[in-house]
Write a protein of this length. Structure first.
Length: 160
């Protein structure tokens, strides 16, 4: 029963993280960019708010994915033997992708997002808001791709 709950939480975190990132990066941001052609300053734009909310949400889902995956592996470590050849190769690739997703989410949430957090205290940073938003969009696309690859590898691992 406990494994089912862990798997459910793991899959929900994957769905929320990947679905939210896909919606925001592939649908919402292009529509917002079409609609607001320099009407507002970049720090008051809907694009700013969307990326401000997306970064921590995806990072938390990546943390939940990593946490539930580790707990599942630790509880079922005796069952993790005698797999078909290639299982551990796929598992290693999945762990590399999960680590990359973690560090990209960390960079986006605490690196790029923090550049935009103190605009009231440092008004001279307003010039770099559009460039930072573009970096956040690019990082979000890359993070979405890595999370999708990680989920694909997880589905392949479930077949072993």
């Amino acid at each position: 029963m406990e494994n089912n709950i862990l798997i459910f939480i793991h899959l929900m975190a994957a769905a929320v993280g990947t679905g939210g990132a896909a919606y925001c990066v592939l649908l919402l941001l292009p529509a917002l960019e079409k609609g607001e052609r320099d009407k507002n300053p970049a720090e008051n734009s809907a694009r700013f708010k969307a990326l401000d909310i997306l970064a921590p949400a995806v990072f938390v889902s990546v943390l939940v994915l990593i946490g539930t995956g580790i707990v599942y592996l630790m509880e079922n470590y005796t069952l993790q033997v005698n797999f078909k050849p290639g299982y551990y190769n796929l598992f290693g690739a999945k762990m590399v992708c999960a680590a990359a997703a973690f560090f990209l989410g960390l960079y986006q949430t605490f690196g790029l997002r923090s550049r935009l957090a103190d605009l009231d205290l440092k008004p001279e940073n307003r010039e770099r808001v559009p460039a930072t938003l573009d970096k956040m969009k690019t990082t979000s696309k890359l993070l979405l791709g890595i999370m999708t690859l990680t989920i694909f590898l997880g589905v392949c691992l479930a077949r072993f």
